[in-house]
Design a protein around this ligand. Structure first.
Ligand code: CMC
Length: 426
């Protein structure tokens, strides 16, 4: 039996259906609100708005829970690979060995990037940010790989192309930016090892693949693989709702992820820690600035719209950070600063009262530094990781029988109607 919420306005009572998710999350269905009452809702930043029903990812921000298709991210980080997790997110179930092998073959078959795309890369100014390049190049893929006639084949091939080529394109952009020869993907290497090889192999110093680094990259990408209706995923769904091709929708997601309040925070954290180090290593003034209402400065890598406790991804990232640095005997002074900053912030009333804890981006930059990834490519690494989530969410929205073009409303607060005044009378 459907439960209802009663909305009373004047002498009228409206009954709004209650929707309950599989984990007991409750929503009020307002899809007929305007039609029945003439009202819309106002919710800046959509903090209280469910834009869709989804069976991909479950998060509980109070308890610090994150599950993909029901499986805790901790278990996936420990036992799975990024490729297998990508399959799970996109297809809904973990693959059998045969399905995983077929998926690997497809990824290999589509790993090359059209040679002509190199000319595009060569013509970006050298100082271009890799996220801007990636967003443009993903959009450009549609011109190189036009639509296929069979819809199912089109979707499957486009998905595989994206997963495989984005990794090649990211490494290619790094090599070209450095003026080095591009390293091609190798069919004998697994997804993460292949990426590392394309990034770091060179004729003068062959890249030696280390299993712990490969594992760290797998975990890094698994932790970023989906996060339900965040800013970039909502961008992918919204842009996709206009029925654009998948490349264009993903390109929009990459652009949204670039922002420092979202995926760009991993780069911003390292820049903030570097600034602290360069100004003498005293964290106090930075904490004071973060608390000051009149200062726009925020502690990067802290806080989250949904998590009001320690981000479960940050816990895993921190452990991995310790493991990697100790294995390679790396002493990263920025890690010391990050730990000190965390310890001080977590004891400050401001951070306690505002429920501000480290998020995934706080320690991820230190992991990426240990792997050898340059700072300006951190958000590209996030984007490669988030790709399966964007694809899964896009597919789900395409299959939704209640699909609608994304088109919010507004409350207009501008001037009332007034006449045009010719320029000589102004
Ligand atoms: N440092 C200082 N104050 C903060 C911070 C921070 N990092 N984050 C939030 N606040 C304060 C904010 O000033 C506000 O205070 P008050 O209520 O007194 O005015 C309050 O906390 C609520 O902030 P909000 O901006 O309304 O909350 P939100 O849910 O929109 O913010 C956030 C989420 C991620 C944008 C924000 O926490 C932030 O800017 N963090 C730093 C950037 C960052 O690390 N982003 C990565 C997020 S995780 C990766 C991802 O999934 O995208």
């Amino acid at each position: 039996m459907t439960d209802f919420v009663k909305l009373t306005y004047g002498d009228k009572i409206y009954r709004l259906p209650v929707v309950v998710g599989s984990e007991g999350e409750k929503a009020i269905d307002i899809s007929k609100l305007r039609q029945e009452t003439g009202f819309i809702t106002l919710d800046p930043g959509y903090a209280n708005t469910g834009s869709c029903k989804s069976n991909i990812t479950f998060m509980d921000g109070e308890k610090g829970i994150l599950r993909y298709r029901g499986i805790p991210v901790e278990q996936l980080a420990e036992h799975s690979t990024f490729k297998e997790t990508a399959y799970l997110l996109i297809n809904g179930e973990l693959p059998t060995q045969k399905q995983l092998n077929q998926f690997s073959v497809l990824l290999n078959d589509h790993s090359l990037v059209h040679e002509d795309m190199q000319f595009f890369y060569l013509n970006f100014p050298r100082a271009s940010h890799p996220m801007g390049i990636l967003s443009s190049m993903v959009n450009a893929l549609r011109s190189f790989y036009p639509e296929l006639q069979n819809l199912e084949e089109e979707i499957n091939i486009t998905v595989t192309r994206l997963l495989s080529k984005v990794r090649t394109m990211a490494a290619m952009s790094y090599k070209i930016a450095r003026g080095h020869k591009v390293v091609y993907p190798r069919p004998d290497l697994m997804y993460c090892a292949n990426f590392l090889n394309m990034m770091f192999d060179s004729p003068v110093r062959p890249y030696i693949i280390d299993e712990d680094v490969v594992k760290a990259l797998n975990v890094f990408w698994i932790l970023h693989a989906d996060h339900e209706q965040n800013c970039s995923t909502s961008a992918v769904r919204l842009v996709g709702s206009a029925r654009v091709n998948l490349y264009a929708a993903i390109s929009a997601g990459i652009a949204a992820l670039w922002g420092p309040l979202h995926g760009g925070a991993n780069q911003a954290v390292i820049e903030m820690l570097t600034e602290i180090a360069e100004t003498g290593g005293n964290i106090k003034p930075f904490i004071e600035r973060a608390k000051d209402k009149n200062d726009p400065f925020r502690l990067m890598g802290f806080g989250h719209r949904v998590y009001k406790t320690y981000d479960p991804r940050a816990k895993i990232m921190k452990k991995m950070c310790d493991k990697l640095l100790s294995k390679f005997n790396i002493h990263d002074p920025l890690l010391d600063l990050a730990q000190e900053l965390e310890a001080v912030a977590l004891k400050e009333d401001y951070f306690i009262e505002h429920n501000l804890y480290p998020n995934v981006d706080f320690y991820s930059g230190i992991v990426l530094r240990a792997i050898g990834i340059p700072t300006n490519m951190f958000t590209v690494m996030f984007a490669i990781g988030r790709l399966p989530g964007w694809i899964a969410q896009w597919k789900e929205s395409m299959d939704d029988p209640h699909w609608k073009l994304g088109r919010p409303r507004q409350i207009y607060t501008g001037p009332l109607e007034r006449g045009y005044v010719p320029i000589h009378h102004r």
